[in-house]
Design a protein around this ligand. Sequence first.
Ligand code: TMP
Ligand code: MG
Length: 212
Amino acid sequence: ATPQPPTRGALIVIEGLDRAGKSTQCSRLQQRIPNSRIIKFPDRSTPIGQLINNYLTSASSPPLTDQAIHLLFSANRWELLPSLLAALSAGETLILDRYIYSGISFSVAKGALSYEYCRSPDVGLPLPDGIIFLDLPPDVAAERAGFGGERYEKREMQEKVREVFKTVREREQGEWTVVDASASVEEVTERVWAATEKALRWARENELREIE
Ligand code: TMP
Ligand code: MG
């Protein structure tokens, strides 16, 4: 018989505001899913990622325009695409800590760029098999730990981002699951796992699609 290629890996995305518990949930998933890896966006280790890091930590002077930084966040995803696709077709499951949905939400929340403008550079990237949004009111998030010094870590900005994320969930294709991130870590973990099992099943039976 002809040797069968390995089943592709699944593409799972965890989204949410800062301090919603994304890192914790990503590492729990990674431990639970054999042959899986966490990819964090932005990936600050690349040259594009370093420009993004400079922007977020206010080290770029004068600061990049809203358009320029928006396109860099997207370019940071496109530069990783070949390695993401190679991993998926080799059967590795990827757990993404943020993706294009943060890209749209944060840039639209700044007020000057339209929704259509913000989503367009990411068209053509792979569509996730499941998107899990960890929802947490910004005031609850603020109680968990103080804001760091990065550019978007401000209460009013986080409130706006949360609003735009609602629109994103209505408009963007893909299987969305909203998990109340103010529940206990164990409860959140179980809900995230239930959504992930669905995504893993979907990925076994369906080809990877592109964001349209
Ligand atoms: P991080 O805290 O997960 O490293 O993300 C850094 C910040 O960048 C965070 O405030 C969210 C924001 N962001 C965007 O504005 N656009 C994007 O495309 C991504 C991935 C993150
Ligand atoms: Mg952060």
